[in-house]
Design a protein around this ligand. Structure first.
Ligand code: ATP
Length: 477
């Protein structure tokens, strides 16, 4: 749950804002990500993924699933319903406590996160209660971003309420899940009863979560609808430390898998006063975003809090029996929690580059490119005929495209695209902008001299001639 305190305030430097604006516009222009419900003026905190965004996001999901589920023997996948019995959220503590501190601009009635206003005034909000925040706001004369006075700080529950069925009364209230985690705790017994796993073991899930964020902002970073990739890993309490360390390493390794620059990823040990009350240890993985250093992922030791609460509220026994030791107890839980959209954003902001490069006529030209790791790039290879109107080149390029595609699909190496629009320079720029690592061009020498094709490297712009027999090995290296 919320571990918002203990963060350094965002440094919304001018350069950072420029990068975000350029990235958001690239994402729209090239079909990665669009504003949600755009033709109606949008809906704050929602984003729609287009074809390239879907491809990037799916690649990230696949990498996560491989590392945390397929490559292991101790992980059980679930895909739980988004709507859950409302008792779930009473047991988890969300009905009573899943809240952010809210203040209202007295004049415009716009609402803001009190902690964010304090942080942007350079005040450390670590461990502050609501009344501490109220006192600080008065003492420092903090105003809304529009320069108006603000009202008292109050708690605002971030769960989206809805009604189930045809009647709308107190008994029909339910919530859209604000995290995927509880869908795993409520299925703990199902996994025990159907698979009889021995401790330690985990449950893993990727799915949507909804939070009525007071101030959605920074593109995908703080949205109202987003996806999480979460694990609840159950252990004997005596083993929690080594499991915690193991997942700490695995989370770091995942940031490498998706190609994040390692010195932009930080670990922040959350002090006891700032942790959720049930957590004995929490580490936030932070990332150096263009708008400052903030949370990317969280890793928490949640003790036996969740299973105990659900046992108590559901009256169903969620204990585990250790056959060897003849011991019955409630397992403890380590929770590595990843935001999928935050991963997409981290990967995109990290990859966004501008430089200058000579065009086909030798003229220096400004270029924008995404330096994406091949493992996440929407396309790993683009294949072109040098000229669109020469059937002999088009035919050969299609043949090579089919060959690479067939091989890459069979080995799950990533997508391949064919492009014959515009001139070659434009195609390079287009592929650079969407982060395609390699462009393969079929020219007259390919056909007349049999000297192979040219392969252009996205980052350096260098071209090499590669024999067709060696092409697949070269591109998959
Ligand atoms: P924050 O402090 O940034 O609000 P949190 O501590 O509330 O995050 P958790 O409840 O730990 O976040 O959720 C787990 C992960 O889900 C986060 O590490 C983040 O990657 C992602 N996440 C949380 N809230 C959002 C959001 N509003 N939009 C996008 N991703 C989110």
């Amino acid at each position: 749950m919320n571990t918002k305190e203990g963060k350094k305030p965002g440094t919304a430097a001018g350069k950072g804002n420029d990068t975000m604006e350029s990235l958001i516009s690239l994402c729209k222009r090239r079909g990665f990500i669009f504003q949600g419900s755009e033709i109606y003026g949008g809906l704050a905190g929602t984003w729609d993924y287009g074809p390239l965004g879907v491809a990037l996001k799916n690649n990230i999901k696949k990498i996560w699933w491989k590392r945390f589920v397929d490559d292991r023997d101790d992980m059980y996948a679930v895909d739980a319903a988004l709507l859950m019995n409302p008792r779930t959220w009473e047991a988890s503590g969300h009905v009573a406590g899943f809240a952010d501190p809210l203040v209202e601009d007295i004049k415009t009635k716009k609402r803001y996160r009190a902690d964010h206003l304090l942080e942007s005034a350079g005040i450390d909000v670590k461990g502050m209660s609501l009344s501490d925040m109220n006192a600080k706001i008065k003492e420092k004369g903090i105003k809304s971003p529009d320069g108006n006075a603000i009202g008292d700080v109050r708690q605002f529950n971030m769960m989206f309420k809805t009604n189930i069925g045809a009647t709308e009364d107190a008994t029909s209230i339910s919530y859209l899940r604000p995290e995927t985690a509880q869908g795993m705790f409520v299925n703990f017994k199902n996994i025990l009863d159907t698979f009889h796993p021995k401790l330690p073991f985990g449950m893993a899930q990727i799915g949507k979560a909804f939070r009525n964020e007071i101030a959605p902002r920074d593109f995908l970073f703080r949205a109202r609808e987003f996806e999480q990739m979460e694990i609840e890993y159950f252990v004997n309490p005596k083993d929690w430390e080594k499991t915690f360390d193991h997942f700490r390493d695995e989370m770091k390794a995942f940031t490498r898998d998706v190609g994040l620059t390692q010195n932009k990823v930080y670990e922040l040990e959350i002090a006891e006063a700032d942790r959720a009350f049930y957590s004995k240890r929490t580490i936030d993985f932070e990332f150096e975003w263009p708008f400052g250093r903030k949370e990317l992922y969280g890793l928490a030791y949640r003790t036996d809090y969740d299973l105990k609460q659900h046992s108590e509220f559901s009256k169903v026994d969620l204990s585990y029996f250790d056959e060897e030791k003849k011991e019955r107890f409630i397992p403890h839980c380590i929770e590595p929690s990843f935001g999928l959209d935050r991963t997409v954003l981290a990967v995109l902001t990290d990859a966004y580059q501008e430089d200058t490069m000579k065009d086909e006529d030798g003229k220096e030209e400004k270029r924008v490119f995404l330096k994406l790791a091949p493992s996440v790039a929407p396309y790993r290879v683009a294949v072109f005929p040098l000229l669109k109107n020469k059937p002999v080149l088009v035919e050969k390029a299609k043949e090579i495209y089919d060959m690479i595609k067939k091989d890459f699909n069979s080995r799950n190496l990533g997508a391949v695209t064919f492009d014959d629009n515009g001139n070659i320079g434009k195609r390079y720029r287009r592929q650079d902008e969407i982060g395609t690592p390699y462009c393969v061009t079929v020219d007259f020498d390919t056909i007349e001299k049999g000297t192979g094709v040219t392969v252009r490297d996205r980052d350096s712009g260098k071209q090499e001639r590669i024999k067709i027999e060696e092409l697949i090995a070269y591109l998959s290296k």
